[in-house]
Design a protein around this ligand. Structure first.
Ligand code: HEC
Length: 238
């Protein structure tokens, strides 16, 4: 819910799944592997680890709009999104796992879910306040960002993690690693904090800041302060 309105497909960035699951184990007395419990306690809000390996690599829960135009699924680009059938099969697998492999959902259900995800539209974009800054930001974006962030959702195919420079744990993950990170869609990016696959950067200003301590994705940090401000003004309109 945002301002009393349901925003379909928006990631629940304040939702703490790890704590919720730990509460469940505590209240029901159900068995949980202590190592898994320790890891779940570290996820925090808006992050979850959905891979089956023992790696420590929770990811930021992404918004679901724009999925139709993603060329790969998951932050590490684990699945090539060749068409709706690829997404439907993925839904089927997730439904199977959600029922502890007890129920194979009807194919129609997995297909319907994929069609629903395709139909989700983003909420309205923010209003432009400083048109001059936005225009300047748009041309800076074309110059410094569009080589990677392009097309209808300003995204792109996965790139080698070393080239992106962000924490490689997920890209190198044992179960589903590809060595790569998908170029994240920037549709409604102003409301998508925290940023990067691991949610390690709190704001757009921090992402473009020269003083950022978290490594990686240093694109744009070399720009002058007023150019970075213009870029942010533009990003806020996406
Ligand atoms: C060489 C390719 C490349 C360039 C150039 C590039 N990006 Fe990215 N961008 C990526 C990749 C890959 C990711 C995902 C990295 C990750 O999650 O570890 C990303 C993620 C982001 C995110 C995080 C989005 C989110 O929801 O988490 C933002 C914001 C962003 N880029 C903005 C920009 C801006 C602004 C520029 C230009 C100054 C830019 N990028 C230039 C490849 C690029």
């Amino acid at each position: 819910m945002r301002d009393g309105v349901l925003v379909e497909g928006a990631a629940r960035r304040r939702f703490d799944l790890g704590t919720l699951r730990l509460d469940y184990y505590r209240d029901t007395g159900a068995a949980v592997d202590p190592e898994l419990a320790r890891r779940m306690a570290t996820w925090g809000r808006g992050r979850a680890d959905v891979t089956e390996d023992d790696d420590e690599d929770p990811v930021a829960i992404p918004d679901l709009w724009g999925l139709r135009d993603e060329t790969y699924l998951t932050h590490a680009g684990t699945i090539r999104h060749v068409g709706p059938a690829a997404l439907a099969i993925r839904q089927e697998t997730q439904l199977l796992h959600a029922s502890g492999l007890r129920v194979r959902p009807p194919r129609e259900l997995a297909w319907a879910l994929a069609m629903y995800l395709y139909a989700i539209e983003p909420p309205p974009a923010r209003r432009v306040t400083d048109a001059t800054a936005v225009a300047r930001g748009a041309s800076l974006f074309d110059e410094h960002c569009r080589s990677c962030h392009d097309g209808p959702i300003l995204a792109g195919d996965p790139l080698p993690a070393a080239k992106v420079g962000t924490d490689p744990s997920l890209a190198d993950g044992k179960a589903r690693g590809t060595g790569r990170y998908r170029v994240t869609s920037l549709v409604r990016v102003a409301d998508a904090a925290p940023y990067l696959h691991d949610g390690s950067v709190p704001t757009l200003a921090a992402l473009l800041s020269t003083e950022r301590s978290a490594p990686g994705h240093l694109f744009g940090t070399e720009l002058a302060p007023e150019d970075r401000a213009a870029l942010i003004a533009y990003l806020e309109t996406l």
